[in-house]
Design a protein around this ligand. Structure first.
Ligand code: ADP
Ligand code: MG
Length: 396
């Protein structure tokens, strides 16, 4: 990473505003998946060990720019305290005189957690006044919220313009791992792409064709490619507007683009639907493809086993339904068993991996859903772009 790291900052005795990604699922006042909180712990612990005073801020859910108890950070505060085993001083606002007063009185023990940044309309508007108010709370700013780095908001962008700033340890790890896949992969590099929509992933495919030796395509998007090849696709999800584009990509990629050889079909997308496997070009007109089948898992596994680098985004089928989860499970197992350095990105792909309990078998699991995809597309993420380069050791 060529960005200034938290390790380059002068931290002892400093108040450090840390943008974390604590946008976690909450149900009945409890955090139901604390992955993102856990992933932020190394930076928080590092700051404490260096004698800094961490002041944490995050958004949670989509409140409408005003306080809404449904999206309070209270449940996050409780879980963070359990994980850190330190006092979490949760404040009821994120900026303002009362917050400044409470920070003055803070004895420096544990950490401070500010209230949901999206309780302020200025957050998503990247309002300069909100950025200035945030900057008044601290001596330095650390961005560890890779999952929010594709947004230019007050807490991910604006505030960085007012304080000495740096990337946190998670942010750094995310960038380093994605770069390992994209810029200088060990070969062979195999990319696996699935998920619902080709339209979502076209620029991802395009970009990966620049670095991958082989691109394995599953999920609903394979049906647009099948149709472009002239196969009967029945009632499968197809985006007709993208048939030309699919054809162009297949021409460009040649045999580097590998499509499923068999699929699991059913009359409808439901738990109770009767399903069976058919060859890829023999989908009955009244059926829809909802998963890749065994022959495809075997074919994909062959590529994955021999890879030195694997990037995976998007489930191979409708993994939320047991009958259509086997393709995703098979591919996940293959990635887990492969000696390749693997990077998994994307909300649903990561959910599938964690549902299978395979997190520890993967090389790196990105915490960024949309952010990691935009990164792979080659887009500049504002939350990263705003951070100073490594070489600027001076002011922000
Ligand atoms: P990610 O979040 O990992 O980037 P996506 O959001 O692109 O993945 O896609 C995930 C969704 O794709 C899942 O909800 C899954 O059910 C759906 N999906 C996968 N294969 C199919 C298919 N054959 N037909 C319909 N939906 C599918
Ligand atoms: Mg998704």
């Amino acid at each position: 990473m060529n960005k200034r790291s938290v390790k380059d900052l002068d931290l002892a005795g400093k108040r450090v505003l840390v943008r974390v990604d604590f946008n976690v699922p909450v149900k009945d006042g409890r955090v139901t998946d604390d992955t993102r909180i856990r992933r932020a712990l190394p930076t928080i612990r590092y700051l404490i060990s260096e004698g800094a005073r961490p002041i944490l801020i995050s958004h949670l859910g989509r409140p409408k720019g005003e306080p809404d108890p449904k999206y309070s950070m209270d449940p996050v505060s409780r879980r963070l305290g359990e994980l850190l085993e330190l006092q979490v001083n949760k404040l009821d606002a994120a900026v303002g005189e009362e917050v400044e007063r409470q920070l003055q009185e803070w004895d420096g023990q544990g950490v401070v957690l500010l209230e949901n940044s999206r309780f302020y309309p200025g957050e998503t508007d990247n309002d300069p006044e909100l950025a200035r108010q945030l900057a008044r709370l601290a001596d330095a700013y650390v961005d560890d919220a890779f999952g929010a780095a594709h947004r230019a908001h007050a807490t991910t962008y604006g505030v960085a313009e007012h304080l000495p700033s740096a990337a946190g340890l998670l942010m750094q790890e995310e960038i380093d791992n994605l770069e390992r896949v994209l810029s200088h992969p060990e070969r062979p590099m195999v990319a696996i792409l699935g998920g619902a929509k080709v339209s979502d992933k076209l620029s991802v495919i395009e970009s990966l064709l620049g670095s991958a030796d082989t691109l394995l395509i599953g999920g609903a998007m394979c049906f647009t490619f099948f149709k472009a090849r002239g196969y009967e696709v029945g009632k499968s999800l197809v985006e007709d507007e993208y048939l030309d584009e699919a054809r162009r990509l297949m021409d460009e990629a040649g045999d580097r683009l590998v499509l499923p050889v068999d699929v699991v079909v059913a009359g409808e997308m439901s738990e109770s639907a009767e399903s069976r496997a058919v060859e890829a070009d023999k989908i009955p007109p009244d059926m829809m493809g909802l998963d890749v089948s065994l022959g495809t898992v075997g074919l994909f596994r062959g590529h994955i086993e021999n890879a030195a680098t694997v990037f995976w985004n998007g489930p191979m089928g409708v993994f939320e339904i047991e009958a259509f989860a086997k393709g995703t499970e098979g591919v996940a197992q293959a990635v887990a068993e492969s000696p390749a350095m693997s990077v998994v990105g994307g909300g649903d792909s990561v959910a599938a991996v964690s549902k299978l309990g395979l997190e520890d078998e993967m090389g790196f699991i990105s915490t960024g859903g949309g952010a990691s995809l935009e990164y792979v597309e080659g887009q500049e993420l504002p939350g990263i772009a705003v951070l100073p380069d490594e070489s600027d050791k001076g002011e922000s």
